[in-house]
Design a protein around this ligand. Structure first.
Ligand SMILES: Cc1cc2nc3c(=O)[nH]c(=O)nc-3n(C[C@H](O)[C@H](O)[C@H](O)COP(=O)(O)OP(=O)(O)OC[C@H]3O[C@@H](n4cnc5c(N)ncnc54)[C@H](O)[C@@H]3O)c2cc1C
Length: 407
């Protein structure tokens, strides 16, 4: 065995250390929250943010790596040969989902009492937790995004009975109780051009329909509450013939809704969560919103997703800058700390400036989201233009920041 002395095995200086709490160290987020969030809102969330900040800088990291390396597997059939269509996850994934629920990123937004108390700031409170969470786990943040989106559509378009039954589950603050959401839009025939979708919906009674057809890219394929687009009207072409359906994994009588998962996708990223190809085979769906207005209804969920994308991009950018700073600040190159070299400092100034600009843009959009819900018309207009802009800039900069840091 080769002997290794201390010096030849050492990469960083002796005093090297890593962040222990991403919330405590985030002076930008804390400043923002202090400025814009009410004292009671901050008081309610602060212990959750503290705990999540510590988890994200600590135990979530290992869980996240494990959940990513031990990607979910599809169990098509039981040992008896019966179709089960179950997706099996590593326990690390469920722990990560539990941490998300316990952070109250949804509970604070949809719990009846809290949403009234914090009606002016519920999105900001939820996304503060989201940004910390996504610094450590971006895979599960995709199902979490769609859980929020599904809760939003249930809240806005479902019957009172459905709201009462589903909202407490979609916004649970315990992983065991959490129902997760999904959106099934994409088909082989239509990706960007959703209007080319072929899946059909045939009315059984009132707002209850039978769905048939194939969905090609279904993230969080094991979701409890799925929002799916299907065509009720063969005459209307394009997106005009589409309606939106709420598809539950389990029907009210306890039986499984037929959702045939053909296979899971082999992905390059977000490998901790399952994305699949699915066939609806007389699958029961409940229409939300008016017939033929499905794309417009779905657009509300898509806008939520865009905002999650922004927050995930911010989180990834901040994590990348922190990792690089911690490393280079304790790495000796050419006789001094790497961060003492002029070009390295200049690069940090550039990346830091991009991050701060994106932070302000994204959080301005989230603040507009809260104000828009209160009926502020200017905020409603602002939200329409800010969300796509913020998604574009933050995503593009996140890729640039990763590329600079991990090259
Ligand atoms: C990791 C991952 C998870 C996903 N999860 C889901 C999910 O949960 N639910 C879901 O429904 N879908 C999901 N999708 C599918 C995704 O939304 C589609 O891939 C997307 O809508 C694009 O469709 P497409 O792949 O068919 O590309 P196409 O529509 O075939 O587009 C190909 C290329 O042409 C460009 N293009 C298309 N139209 C235009 C135009 N008019 N002008 C200029 N350029 C254009 C596109 O930007 C793209 O670069 C997921 C995809 C990925 C990668």
């Amino acid at each position: 065995m080769l002997g290794m002395n201390h010096l030849s095995n050492q990469v960083l200086t002796d005093e090297a250390s890593t962040s222990t709490n991403f919330y405590e160290s985030d002076r930008i987020l804390r400043h923002y929250l202090n400025k814009h969030i009410s004292g009671s809102g901050l008081e309610y969330m602060s212990d959750k943010l503290e705990r999540l900040g510590m988890q994200a800088a600590g135990e979530m990291d290992d869980l996240s790596l494990t959940a990513d390396q031990k990607s979910p597997e599809l169990k098509k059939r039981s040992k008896l040969g019966e179709d089960i269509n179950e997706v099996e996850f590593h326990p690390a994934y469920w722990e990560l989902m539990d941490m998300a629920a316990q952070s109250e990123m949804f509970y604070v937004k949809y719990n009846h009492k809290l949403r009234n108390t914090f009606s002016r700031e519920r999105h900001q409170l939820g996304f503060a937790a989201g940004q910390l969470y996504a610094m450590s786990e971006l895979g599960a943040y995709c199902p979490l995004c769609m859980t929020d989106g599904a809760a939003h559509l249930v809240d806005k378009f479902a019957t009172d009975d459905m709201k009462e039954r589903l909202l407490p589950r979609l916004a649970a603050n315990r992983g065991k109780e959490l129902f997760s959401g999904a959106m099934f839009l994409t088909e082989k025939s239509g990706g960007s051009d959703v209007g080319r979708n072929l899946a059909t919906a045939e009315q059984i009674e009132d707002d209850k329909y039978k769905l048939n057809g194939e969905k090609w890219f279904c993230s969080n394929v094991n979701a409890d509450v799925i929002m799916a687009l299907a065509r009720t009207d063969k005459v209307e072409q394009g997106t005009r013939g589409l309606s939106l359906f709420l598809v539950e994994k389990e029907l009210l009588d306890g039986t499984r809704n037929p959702i045939n998962i053909i296979r899971l996708k082999e992905k390059l990223g977000v490998r901790s969560m399952a994305t699949g190809e699915v066939i609806f085979d007389d699958t029961i769906g409940i229409r939300l919103g008016e017939e033929n207005q499905g794309f417009k209804v779905m657009a509300e969920m898509i806008n939520t997703s865009r905002t999650y994308n922004c927050v995930a991009a911010l989180a990834g950018s901040r994590r990348a800058v922190i990792e690089a700073w911690e490393y280079l600040n304790h790495r000796i190159t050419f006789g001094k700390k790497a961060t003492e070299h002029a070009l390295i400092r200049q690069k940090f100034h550039e990346l830091g400036a991009l991050f701060v600009a994106d932070f302000l843009l994204v959080w301005r959009a989230i603040r507009a989201m809260d104000a828009a819900e209160q009926g502020d018309e200017e905020a409603q207009q602002l939200l329409r233009i800010l969300v796509p802009m913020a998604k574009w800039r933050s995503a593009e900069h996140a890729v640039y920041i990763y590329a600079n840091v991990w090259n």
